[in-house]
Design a binder for this molecule. Structure first.
Ligand code: GLN
Length: 530
């Protein structure tokens, strides 16, 4: 309901004690609730890292790199935001210190400061505020999550910027939420509030008295714990709330509702209407259901077992299973040593995106196995490239491979080759084909049927593409093109017409799948497991 309130209101979410205790999910859940009240909600993450974007960060340490529609490589929190808010993030939704410094230094080098000293305050802090204002433009409520914990060296200027933001828009238009961890000490069997008290003292030292303190605990905390923290923080007991661990992140919005945060949010927005959580409730009920059969999905991956590195893929699969009233189990198959024995014990195979030669042969074997045994196969980006290599090998080109792994024009085996314009850029950031691109699906294909239309848009993040010179071999191997870029130059979708479900795309449809509106390719794949 855009325009329900004229002045954008801001919710700032910071963390204390530890990072990684669910600050992002708390922020996203607050957003989901406000959205369910009818507001236009936007959300943004400010990360104090010195990186310019997340494109070159190691997925083992940082989890999946999420790509926005306008092609920015960001961190996995933006994926949570999109899933919880059904909202399309943009390059403005992610702010990293590195990019801000780069902008300031470029401006300084170009004489943009007219001889003045350039300083953290006000120049850096002003720039942070500008980024917040830009990202929140037009929304009723804009949520800003500050990465890390308050007190981290590199985060201080962000804390100062959000403090100053209240001067800019009025304190009544800002809500400060501080998420603190309250540890359970097993030896004395009690929750300890001291780290939280210190974290609140730190925040107060930077001039922010929070409106809400969320205590994250492993087990439910009594009111006495919240009251104790409130007393030391000098805030009202009603403002300190407990969010204990729960099994599914999608139940966090319900936990937030139960915690008492809703009353504070209602007061902040001046509207005590109830959020309409019907669809979330339905999703939650379906997800929790147990059926007789559990379908096994083999996820053939280089970082097997690291859920964060493929979080959009696993979330899309789980949501598709829930709406199809099915239970699935994700079986990690290590791409490096994957063989037929691993594949035969599952009901379907997913080969996600990836970079580098490690594990590539295992992914090719997975596609070969699926083609030979009519096993449901969903290939995402690298998963499509490996499917084309597998098909070309079956079609007679025995040494088919990707240029990424050493194939070449001279050897006549570069079924996947580097895109013109990408040559020589392998080691640099932000240079791939990134973000949303349209594709045209071929009428009469299964892929067309799954989407229910011929014009589609999907997110991309790749450097290599299918070499159409080898389409005859690929087709001989049982796979045809099901969609291309509108000019026909790039292969965007392939499928095996004679099999139950063998579909792959050069794109990353997992980035556009939402728990409340599952992507058709994931829906189709999960249905085919039956
Ligand atoms: N490494 C492949 C490429 O760059 C695939 C990328 C991906 O899976 N995201 O084209």
């Amino acid at each position: 309901m855009a325009g329900k309130s004229k002045q954008t209101k801001y919710i700032f979410v910071t963390g204390g004690v530890l990072s990684g205790v669910g600050k992002g999910i708390t922020a996203a859940s607050i957003g989901a609730i406000l959205k369910a009240k009818g507001y236009d909600v936007s959300i943004q993450k400010c990360d104090p890292y010195l990186n310019v974007d997340a494109g070159l960060l190691n997925p083992v340490e940082h989890g999946e790199c999420f790509v926005t529609a306008d092609g920015k490589e960001t961190d996995l929190d933006l994926g949570h935001y999109e899933r919880f808010l059904d909202f399309e993030t943009s390059r403005y939704s992610s702010v990293l210190s590195g990019a801000l410094y780069q902008e300031l230094i470029d401006k300084e080098r170009n004489g943009g400061f007219h001889g003045k000293t350039v300083q953290m305050v006000p120049h850096f802090t002003d720039l942070v505020q500008e980024k917040i204002a830009k990202a929140g433009e037009g929304s009723d409520i804009h949520i800003v999550e500050i990465g890390g914990t308050v007190g981290d060296y590199e985060g201080l200027s962000f804390i100062e910027a959000i403090r100053l933001y209240a001067n800019r828009v009025g304190r009544e238009n800002c809500l400060y939420v501080h998420v603190v961890y309250v540890p359970w000490i097993n030896t004395s069997k009690e929750l300890k509030t001291k780290p939280a008290q210190n974290a609140l003292k730190d925040l107060r030292g930077f001039g922010i008295i929070p409106d809400v303190v969320v205590c994250r605990t492993e087990r439910p905390a009594g009111r006495d714990i919240c009251e104790k923290i409130a007393r030391f923080a000098g805030i009202s007991g009603d403002a300190v709330l407990n969010l204990p661990d729960i099994e599914s992140v999608y139940d966090v919005p319900f936990n937030v509702l139960k915690s008492g945060v809703l009353e504070i949010l209602n007061c902040f927005v001046g509207d005590d209407s109830d959020p309409d959580m019907t669809k979330w409730q339905k999703f939650s009920d379906l997800r929790g259901k147990k059926y007789d059969k559990v379908y096994k999905v083999g996820l053939v991956a280089k970082y097997a077992g690291n859920e964060d590195a493929y979080i959009c893929v696993t979330e899309a699969l789980k949501a598709a299973a829930a709406w199809n009233k099915m239970n699935i189990e994700i079986r990690w198959i290590n791409a490096e040593d994957a063989t037929g024995n691993d594949f035969k014990n599952v009901d379907g195979l997913v080969v996600p995106g990836g970079f580098g030669a490690r594990g590539a042969e295992g992914k090719i074997r997975a596609a070969e196995y699926a083609l030979e045994h009519d096993m449901p196969y969903l290939g995402l980006c690298l998963g499509m490239q490996m499917a084309c290599v597998a098909a070309a090998r079956r079609g007679g080109l025995k040494n088919a491979n990707s240029e990424e792994f050493g194939a070449s024009e001279e050897n006549g085996n570069n079924v996947i080759y580097i895109m013109e314009g990408q040559k020589g850029k392998e080691e640099t950031g932000g240079t791939m084909r990134l973000g949303d691109y349209p594709a045209k699906l071929v009428k009469g294909t299964k892929t067309y049927k799954l989407y229910g239309q011929g014009d589609v848009v999907e997110r991309h993040r790749h450097r290599y593409e299918v070499n159409q010179k080898y389409l005859p071999e690929i087709e001989k191997g049982g796979v045809r093109v099901a969609g291309t870029s509108p000019d026909g130059k790039l292969v965007e979708f392939i499928e095996a017409p004679d099999l139950k479900f063998f579909v792959a795309t050069q794109a990353h449809p997992e980035f556009r799948s939402r728990p409340l509106s599952v992507h058709p390719l994931f829906d189709g794949f999960v249905k085919a497991l039956r």
